[in-house]
Design a protein around this ligand. Sequence first.
Ligand SMILES: [Zn+2]
Length: 536
Amino acid sequence: LIIDNVRLYDGYDYKQSELNYHVTLEGGKIKAIGKGRTSEKGTHVADGKERVLVPAFHDSHLHFLRYGLMKRELDLRHVTSWEHMKEEVRSYYPEMEEGDWVVGRGLEDNAFTDRDSLLEAKDLDELHLHTYMFFLHEDGHECIVNHKVMDLLRKEEKFKDIPEDFKEKNDNGEWTGRFKDTAVHFIKHHFRSRSTQDAKDALVYGIPHLLKHGITTIHSDDLNFIGSYDRLWDAYTSLENEGNLPIRVYLHHYIFNKKNLEDYLANHSYRTGEGTERVKVGAVKIFLDGTQRLHTAAMRIPYQDKEETSGNAVYSQEQLNEILMLAGQNRMQVAMHAIGDRAVEQAITALEQPGARTDLLRHRIIHAQTVGQDLLSRLEKLNAVIETQPSFLLSEWDKKEKWVGKDLVPYCDAFKSFMSHSIPFTLSSDLPIGSLNPFEGVFAAVNRTDLEGKPTGGWQPQEKLTVDEAFRGYTSVPTLIELNENNNEGRLIKGERADLLLLDRHPLEIEKENIHQIKVVETWSSGKKVYDIHQH
Ligand SMILES: [Zn+2]
């Protein structure tokens, strides 16, 4: 097969956007890249119509199963009052049986017009009393549950291990029904188990959305939304066996403690990067802290707008070190959620242990939203990879200073600093929290404004990336963390897997402030066309 009459771009070579090429595919790979038009004719020649051929995207951090499941959950993002929320819950879940779960997401009760206090479990008593109720806040890091769920939690021995900071209490020391971060993961993990079929349905719903945005490889953290790694594995691999998995997947394994990792190692033979043709074991996922919005991200100095706290580290350094050593000895890559600079420092200290094998396993730090000069210098010497989510900047840039203070602002989402210290970093969506569209991530990294162009000139403009640099964060850099696939570089070169896109505009020709408007016209996975804009 020859894709003829295309222009090329991959963030490295092919700077001359006007040149024409033809690309020959064979056996799911790029066999040759030729200048000009092909002289061959026939049904094996496809006219690319001067579209721009680029490597397909990798989304290195998202929650894909959750995205698919969300269509069955009540979306509360448009709800602005408690009265409205009650109406929505009653009409979305009209007939509920004892033991059913009411699940809502996107809640922003801090902005409700008819309340001046946040919702608590006792308020939920005004709704279906006989069901379990779970409402997730807009940012995914805080939830509100009803008394029936709290009764379950009290019986759970392991819930006692979750730090008390994550369980909100009233003046009498009783739980209010609001839980944060690690406690939220626990609740999701333990009580909301799903069948393999539920999961498959959700994935089948989600896949076309990935292809539409040109994403053919994902690293997904799903375990909390199904409750069993084996069921999760079965869901993806049975789609693969049925020929219905046109993407490649790395499945994170969430752990809370070292014991969880020991259990995985004892019961599973695959290590990171191993698996079937399209489904691989991904990284061990672990949360070191919370978020800045909730002041639970672990900072080295107190929050400017809440001076009594500097956030919460979930683990002691010793606990984390042990987990990294165990992972290093067993060829398991670790991906650590670390937002505050204290959590990032903890992660670095753990990664610096030779036994963690960061050199080989390319462990990952997710978010790293606040760093420091010392941390950049230490990261420079490691082989670790940072996973950034530039699209978060669209909604958070105006709040950063009141969280971290003036001195640390230059170290927030410091993408260019990662670049100049040769610290590899990916761009990713964190779907369903951030936008799935990679061009929105590129937009945010290149412009450092919201989509309306605010603030003028960009926030902390010295940290803007070039289009090339941002593009590589979705194409070539993620291949570094995809162990056992060293022959693939996420570039347009001979021998690469033919995971390719045709774009309607050239990323270097379009004005930077319009880069999010680039559309994927076709998506190809292993040499097969799996999406065509004209058929949708
Ligand atoms: Zn995430």
